[in-house]
Design a binder for this molecule. Structure first.
Ligand code: PMP
Length: 385
């Protein structure tokens, strides 16, 4: 290998954290590995896309905002869940991860304050940090949702439905409190909602953005969890004054999202079997969540506390004793089981007691039993319970 010295790079690159965790997790595809680490949908949830007729135009460059018919479809679905918008306010994204990047570019300079939940989505923290964000804590149970701490944040980022990593779903009072705080303080709200359709129990899911009267807002969704992540398709809807700016950022980023994927998604959204397929996916995940909860009870009852998530893809464990679970990961992987250390999801200091995020959608039931058994043995050996 040719080892050239690095050329002079942008100062932002200093904030690109080398992730040893990512390197460790890169081995989770090894045969036999039981992975509770990623948020991978179950492969048997994927739709059959083999018979979709694609127009010849999909091979040509297309509009940056997305295919007109898909934007219409998305806007009518958003209105149906209470978020009033027109198709002009919809931008199709190359995965909702792209939305995080575009919003960060729009709002964050070096030193900009962003309010985030504690803990919050790791890959949002990484993007916000890359652009130089400082963090304060958003908590809908605190006065003014915590947004009026020392300095007003330039942006509030929240995942109100089946949060990644905790699985928490804001109740109506929490939704109202966050909307009220954003409105009265004039803080723009960025609501990230990739899990809303993976609801196993009854919960309030009306977008918080739908309750805003004055504050600027961006709401985003994803087709990764309901259709397939390899399609790399999501969407955002924003208050009208932000749309032209987000569109320019989207143009500069990738001209437009993949048109083949957009037509595959549109065909699925219009498919007569859609509701039935979704009901089957949700039933399958609910069953898996319940099996996972039972297995946790068998293996972790003396080691951790948790709440059964009402939706989404993750259990969040609070261990009963101090432990940095990052120190456990390589040993766990050596033994054949992967998880996400909870410490990674904190903007600032993680609590002393150990935390872990466990995905329940990917492994099969036998692997769940074996994997949780192995993980519990490792935790028990470390915390001496
Ligand atoms: N936001 C949250 C909260 C997520 O959990 C994820 C995926 N794990 C994303 C955004 C990105 O999803 P995608 O790019 O696949 O739409």
């Amino acid at each position: 290998m040719d080892h050239r010295p690095l050329p002079k790079l942008s100062s932002r690159v200093d904030r690109l954290q080398a992730s040893t965790i990512r390197q460790i997790l890169s081995v989770i595809d090894r045969p036999g590995m039981i992975s509770f680490a990623g948020g991978l949908p179950s492969p048997d949830s994927f739709p059959d896309l083999s018979h979709v007729d694609l127009p010849a135009s999909v091979l040509q460059y297309g509009p940056s905002e997305g295919e007109a018919a898909l934007r219409e479809q998305i806007s009518s679905e958003m209105n149906a869940i209470g978020l009033r918008c027109s198709a002009d306010q919809v931008l199709v994204l190359s995965g909702s991860q792209q939305g995080i990047d575009l919003v960060a570019k729009l709002f964050i300079d070096s030193g900009t304050t962003v309010a985030v939940e504690t803990p919050t989505y790791l890959a949002a923290l990484q993007v916000f940090r890359f652009f130089g964000a400082r963090f304060t804590q958003l908590d809908p149970r605190e006065a003014k949702a915590g947004l009026d701490a020392d300095e007003l944040p330039a942006l509030a980022y929240a995942i109100p439905s089946f949060q990644n990593p905790t699985g928490h779903c804001y109740d109506a009072a929490e939704r109202a409190a966050l909307a009220h705080a954003c409105d009265t303080l004039g803080v723009p709200l960025f609501e990230d909602d990739p899990y809303r359709d993976l609801a196993y129990d009854d919960c309030e899911r009306t977008p918080v953005c739908a309750r805003l009267e004055r504050a600027p807002w961006i709401y985003q969704g994803s087709f990764s969890k309901t259709l397939a992540p390899g399609l790399r398709l999501g969407f955002m809807v924003a208050s009208p004054e932000l749309v032209p700016l987000l569109l320019r950022l989207k143009q500069a980023a990738d001209l437009h999202s993949n048109r083949v994927s957009q037509h595959l998604v549109l065909a699925q959204l219009r498919s007569p079997g859609r509701a039935e397929r979704m009901a089957r996916v949700v039933d399958g995940y609910r069953r898996k969540r319940d099996r996972f909860a039972e297995a946790l009870q068998r293996h972790f009852a003396d080691l951790a506390t948790w709440e059964t998530p009402p939706g989404g893809l993750f259990f969040w464990l609070d261990l009963v004793a101090p432990l940095d679970t990052r120190d456990l990961l390589s040993e766990a992987i050596e033994r054949g089981v992967a998880f996400m250390p909870g410490e990674l999801f904190y903007a600032d200091k993680a609590p002393a007691h150990g935390t872990m995020r466990l995905n329940f959608s990917h492994a099969d039931e036998a692997a769940i039993e074996r994997g949780l058994g192995m993980l519990a043995d490792l935790v028990r050996a470390r915390i001496g319970s």
